[in-house]
Design a protein around this ligand. Structure first.
Ligand code: NAP
Ligand code: 8YV
Length: 313
């Protein structure tokens, strides 16, 4: 049976978790209302509602008008949808869903690396279009002996490195700070790109990473280089990447994330040497369920013990 505690759902996420929250709490779906009704709802909940749940990549700032708000429980690890300047000023705590999606996203990064290097998407069309009878499919590139550069060796980046090791690649990385790991640290993204055959970005979103993957980095990656992005789309200068793919300044790319999702620049779609996925890094039944559980656990811990399981510090 539902408790009397109120939870506002700001922007929608995983439907199964929303249903679970609906059953457990007095929920109010802000995203289903027009602006004037939203303002009315927030007024009516003032003083009674302390908790909001939201997608981590999109959180309507109207929620910050609720003065009694103490917690935003975000679904997702990348919290670029949250305005931290405001939450800090208003002493609103924020939780996200770290760790539980590392395996899912790292699996997808490996799939993109292999699909890009072995041209799997084109090979599938080649077979279906009966082109095999006219001659063999062009050769791909081997992983063994190559250098995999990871931009953003955090939780997901480390899960990618662990998966890549048995493929007999050398591993290098770039973070702002070096870590105690047996991989080569590079001071800059340019240095990393220069020694990498495959450059995977797992960089988070936000102003600090805007367009870090630019013409200089792609030039260093070079004409046989592969670029993979499973981090955030803002970190890529799209014009630079499109031109590099078009001119052969890099060999190929595999992208899961984009600047203005769900829009993908048309210029990518006419290129044969890029694989375009619709942000599915964490899109497995198991991973999304684990993310939802963590949102739920944070809200429950807040109401029952005034603690949090995974606060963003
Ligand atoms: P994490 O553990 O915090 O790792 C992020 C890494 O990036 C850290 O090692 C950090 O090291 C480095 N970093 C941060 N800012 C940097 C900068 N300006 N320059 C260079 N390195 C920087 O985060 P995570 O859990 O692995 O998640 C990473 C990101 O993946 C998320 O923020 C999200 O955007 C994205 N993601 C995508 C999907 C998908 O479906 N494709 C799913 C989940 C997450 P330093 O602090 O030392 O710099
Ligand atoms: C999204 C993600 O949450 O956690 C993140 O930062 O990017 C993903 O897991 C997911 O795509 C929800 O649509």
């Amino acid at each position: 049976m539902a408790t009397q505690d109120h939870v506002i759902i700001v922007n929608p996420f995983h439907p199964e978790t929303l249903e679970r929250l609906d059953s457990a709490y007095q929920t109010h779906h802000l995203w289903k209302l027009e602006r004037p009704e939203q303002e009315q709802l927030l007024k009516s909940l003032e003083g009674q509602c302390r908790v909001a749940a939201s997608a981590s990549w999109n959180c309507d700032p109207v929620i910050y008008r609720l003065k009694s708000l103490k917690l935003i429980a975000a679904f997702g690890v990348g919290v670029d949808g949250i305005d931290f300047e405001t939450t800090r000023n208003l002493k609103i705590r924020v939780t996200n869903t770290p760790g539980v999606l590392d395996d899912g996203v790292a699996d997808l990064a490996m799939a993109l690396i292999l699909a890009t290097m072995r041209n799997l998407i084109r090979a599938n069309s080649f077979s279906r279009d009966n082109l095999w009878k006219d001659g063999p499919f062009p050769f791909g590139t081997s992983m063994a002996g190559k250098t995999l550069g990871i931009a953003g060796l955090g939780r997901i980046g480390s899960a990618i490195a662990m998966r890549a090791e048995p493929f007999k690649v050398k591993i290098a990385y770039h973070n702002r700070q070096p870590k105690q790991v047996p991989y080569t640290f590079c001071q800059s993204l340019e240095d990393l790109a220069e020694i990498s055959d495959i450059l995977v970005s797992v960089l988070p979103g936000g102003a600090e990473t805007d367009n870090l993957i630019n013409t200089n980095v792609l030039k260093k990656l070079g004409p046989s280089g592969i670029f993979i992005n499973v981090g955030r789309g803002n970190s890529v200068d799209d014009e630079a990447l499109i031109e590099a793919l078009r001119s052969g300044a890099v060999q190929a790319a595999g992208l899961d994330v984009y600047k203005n999702e769900p829009q993908i620049p048309d210029a990518y779609k006419i290129l044969e040497n890029v694989i375009l996925l619709p942000h599915i890094g964490s899109a497995t039944v198991e991973t999304r369920c684990a993310m939802g559980n963590l949102v739920f656990d944070n809200i429950r811990a807040f109401f029952e013990h005034d603690t949090l399981v995974s606060e963003v510090m």
